[in-house]
Design a protein around this ligand. Structure first.
Ligand code: PLP
Length: 372
């Protein structure tokens, strides 16, 4: 009997998402300790202390099913953003909201337009429904190529993904670019604006994508508690859209997709403005430090509005850093084998990375094995 023959062809042909290497795995493989992980755009300060306290207060309730509607979190976010509570859908990470969008809107053969390189889950969720991802290359400045995206949308797309700031480049686009793009695409194409790194953004003309929802209901904005709120391991993300669109996503959602610990921690983290402020500050100074030091080493550092930087080092640096116990994200899978993506860490972690790169260069660069 062949199991392969039983599997949906569009699932059989998927290449699974490849996450950043866990620290434990690297240390086991290399027989080292004290390695540094700057690979998954997590919060180097850890979770908000308020979130930890909230977690401690609700563990005794884990025998209960969670509140499937995330009532408290929904009300709190709606009040913060000046939106209606029925404009939110919650997921086990923004990843699950992407899955819900695919399940709700995509059928085999549908075309889904997306910038590339961008978040690796976009083509995966599209392919998982038998839809066709249309990858539109970024410009030479590593930015969304809006004329090319609009052209591809005009060729019969069902959905278009935008990622602002874009992962893995860190580049962002402003309000003017989004307004022009939106005015040139049909209103019945589902527009997904992924703002997973929204809270780190520093550009002043960042689009008010939430305002777009009222004008253009087939628009959904994605946010997450995994990044600035430091809750990646608990898995809470959400989508904000028109109530009717949200209602359809809710039909596709399984009833208890966000657990009660995750909701309690998210609520507490949301109110911890001090933790968010410290995170933002640490990130901004980390970007300044890394841009300067990596520039001094002769690498090209792309401008970033997120909590990571894309760096053109030359080939072989992912492995060379790994051998020195520094885990970054390789970019070969995006066709950028001369680049690495570095998540901004604590000041000590950033220094450890720079020291490792300096040592590699002193040893003649990654191609020479960096053996100094
Ligand atoms: C652009 C982008 N969107 C969505 C996600 C998924 O976030 P979550 O942890 O909420 O599933 C990530 C995670 O890295 C991301 O980079």
């Amino acid at each position: 009997m062949s199991i392969e023959g039983l599997v949906n062809p569009h699932i059989r042909d998927l290449t699974p998402y490849s996450p950043g290497k866990p620290i434990e795995e690297v240390e086991r493989e290399l027989g080292i300790r004290g390695s540094v992980k700057l690979a998954s755009n997590e919060n180097p300060l850890g979770p908000s202390p308020r979130a930890l306290e909230a977690l401690g207060n609700c563990t005794s309730e884990v025998h209960r099913y969670p509140d499937g509607s995330c009532f408290a979190l929904r009300e709190r976010l709606a009040a913060r953003m000046g939106l209606a509570p029925d404009q939110f859908v919650f997921g086990s990470g923004a990843d699950e909201v992407l899955e819900l969008l695919a399940k709700t809107f995509l059928s085999p053969g549908d075309r889904v337009v997306m910038p590339w390189p961008s978040f690796a889950m976009y083509p995966l969720v599209a392919r998982g429904m038998g839809a066709e991802p249309i990858l539109v290359p970024l410009t030479d400045a590593m930015e969304h190529d809006f004329p090319a995206l609009a052209k591809a949308v005009g060729e019969g797309a069902k959905m278009v993904m935008l990622c602002n700031p874009n992962n893995p480049t860190g580049t962002s686009f402003g309000a003017g670019a989004l307004a022009d793009f939106v005015s040139g695409i049909p209103s019945d194409v589902v527009l997904v604006i992924d703002e997973a790194y929204f809270e780190f953004v520093r550009r002043t003309d960042f689009p008010d994508s939430l305002a777009l929802i009222a004008e253009r209901p087939a628009t959904i904005v994605l946010r997450t508690f995994s990044k600035i709120y430091g809750l990646a391991g608990l898995r809470v993300g959400y989508g904000i859209s028109d109530p009717e669109l949200i209602g359809y996503l809710d039909r596709a959602r399984h009833p208890f997709n966000v657990n009660n610990l995750a909701e309690a921690a998210a609520l507490a983290a949301l109110d911890d403005d001090e933790h968010a402020r410290r995170t933002r500050e640490m990130n901004a100074s980390g970007i300044e430090y890394l841009s300067r030091e990596l520039g001094n080493l002769g690498y090209r550092v792309w401008p970033t509005d997120a909590n990571f930087v894309l760096v053109e080092t030359g080939a072989g640096y992912y492995d060379a850093l790994l051998r020195r116990g520094v885990i970054v994200r390789p970019m070969a899978g995006f066709g950028l084998s001369n680049h690495i993506r570095i998540s901004v860490g604590t000041a000590e972690e950033n220094q450890a990375l720079v020291k490792a790169l300096q040592a590699i260069e002193e040893g003649g660069g990654a191609a020479a094995g960096g053996a100094s």
